[in-house]
Design a protein around this ligand. Structure first.
Ligand code: CMP
Length: 138
């Protein structure tokens, strides 16, 4: 496995039938999908995944939202994966996302922003391990 990042297509983007459009932008952006699954997180699993945000005022809302419907979880490979993927997805707040980014095209609000991208190589590994076993990565 080379340089990786971890992503989730979030519940509202899955519900809006935007899986294919988002995956197309990811592949056209030069990322290779090493692992992928559709899964619904329990509120306990969502709380654990986002535990770094535990003290934030939006934590409960975030956990409820991320466990409210199925997501697509994936591990992506590319040179400079973490930084290049954050460029491709755009700013957290879609109102500030650049033209041509996934969030500009598909995110509906700051809280429902279509897609997740790891913020460091260390977190990419932790997040990939949280969702996938070694037998699910190719
Ligand atoms: P992401 O950066 O992928 O991970 C943390 C998530 O928390 C973020 O996407 C948004 O979905 C959500 N988030 C961040 N800031 C806010 C906020 N101010 N209010 C509500 N949700 C937020």
């Amino acid at each position: 496995m080379g340089n990786i990042t971890f992503t989730m297509i979030k519940p509202e983007a899955v519900a809006a039938n935007n899986i294919g459009g988002i995956l197309s932008m990811i592949e056209k952006g030069g990322f290779r999908i090493l692992a992928m699954k559709k899964v619904q997180l329990t509120s306990e699993r969502a709380a654990e995944f986002y535990s770094v945000h535990k003290e934030r005022p939006f934590y409960d809302e975030l956990v409820q939202y991320m466990s409210g419907g199925p997501i697509i979880a994936a591990i992506l490979e590319k040179d400079n994966a973490v930084a290049d993927f954050r460029t491709l997805i755009g700013a957290t707040n879609p109102a500030e996302a650049a033209e041509g980014t996934i969030r500009k095209r598909y995110a509906t609000s700051l809280s429902e922003n279509a897609i997740h991208g790891s913020d460091s190589d260390d977190n990419a590994k932790i997040e990939a391990d949280f969702h996938f076993s070694s037998q699910e990565i190719f």
